[in-house]
Design a protein around this ligand. Structure first.
Ligand code: 13P
Ligand code: SF4
Length: 292
């Protein structure tokens, strides 16, 4: 059995991505942690991603090179907010974005990622869905389904994607009128309205390979741009804004990764009391969303 496997998210620094055995979006990473035969999973991403690896893999040790690297959106909803919403809407089911804590997942019916949020919402029995924490993703899901989607956290959004404005996109379109606009569903409804394609980080990478457009304006975190350029060198890939930087993803550096491997730590621990509930919600998502 291999001793270490390095899994990385599409947003981490390009040099960290190059050190990884596998780079992907949140859903691909969730699937990957379940299939790797290894003693240590080294997770180059933010806290909730490493936490999911522990929850789904209680027998393996998961290393997070910098435990201070935390998703800013995940902190914007608490388990109590979900319980309050459940009390108000007892007939609703709770779909929670994986960008959330284990405690929040544990009180949810199922989790989702940006890649399968619409599919998961459609497969729920109830026509009423409590959705947390991302109000922008909630709005996008509501536009794609007939369900009533109830966002929970008023300030529930990704500060990075929420900062991209429709004016930023329009400015790029003025410069590149032939350009195709592709964005992540964490962007605001105003930005999504201007997009030709909306998808998860890996779906955006795939779309660039498949589209006939030569110029693509990309509305998501800029850590993804180098992979896009590497995998589609013939395309003109234009970041919609150079300010779309997730500081927490950038906290994972090559030096921290090397030190983590050398020291076999820091090991991630998840409160036992919430592990079982969070695992149930994650496993339900995996069951409802098999690979295509
Ligand atoms: P993906 O699941 O699309 O990779 O996105 C994760 C994320 O944190 C987006 O900000
Ligand atoms: Fe969280 Fe936004 Fe960073 Fe993604 S880009 S990890 S949602 S803060």
């Amino acid at each position: 059995m291999k001793e270490f496997v390095i899994l990385a998210h599409n947003y981490v620094r390009p040099e960290v991505q190059r050190m990884a055995d596998f780079v992907g979006d949140s859903l691909e990473l969730v699937r990957k942690v379940k299939e790797v035969e290894v003693e240590y999973i080294v997770f180059a991403g933010v806290d909730f991603m490493a936490e999911m690896a522990v929850i789904l893999n209680p027998d393996k040790k998961v290393i997070h090179p910098d435990p201070c690297s935390k998703c800013a959106m995940a902190a914007r909803v608490k388990a109590q907010d979900i319980l309050k919403a459940k009390g108000k809407y007892p007939d609703a089911e709770v779909v929670t974005y994986v960008n959330s804590s284990a405690e929040v997942k544990a009180v949810s019916d199922v989790t989702c990622t940006s890649a399968n949020a619409v599919k998961i919402a459609k497969s729920m029995k109830s026509d009423r869905i409590i959705f947390a924490p991302d109000k922008n993703l909630a709005h996008y899901v509501a536009m794609q389904t007939d369900k009533e989607i109830i966002p929970v956290a008023e300030n529930g959004c990704c500060p990075v994607h929420h900062a991209l404005s429709a004016e930023d996109v329009a400015r790029n379109l003025e410069k590149h009128p032939e350009g195709e606009v592709i964005v992540h569903p964490e962007c605001t409804p105003e930005v999504i309205k201007l997009a030709d394609f909306v998808g998860s980080t890996s779906a955006l990478i795939r779309h660039i390979k498949e589209t006939s457009a030569k110029t693509i304006i990309v509305g998501t975190e800029i850590g993804i741009i180098s992979r896009m350029k590497r995998e589609s060198p013939e395309k003109n890939i234009v970041p919609a804004s150079k300010y779309l930087v997730c500081p927490d993803m950038k906290m994972i550096t090559v030096e921290k990764l090397a030190r983590a491997i050398e020291q076999k730590g820091p090991i991630v621990h998840v409160n036992e009391g919430v592990c079982e509930g969070a695992r149930r919600a994650l496993e339900k998502m995996i069951e409802l969303s098999p690979p295509a």
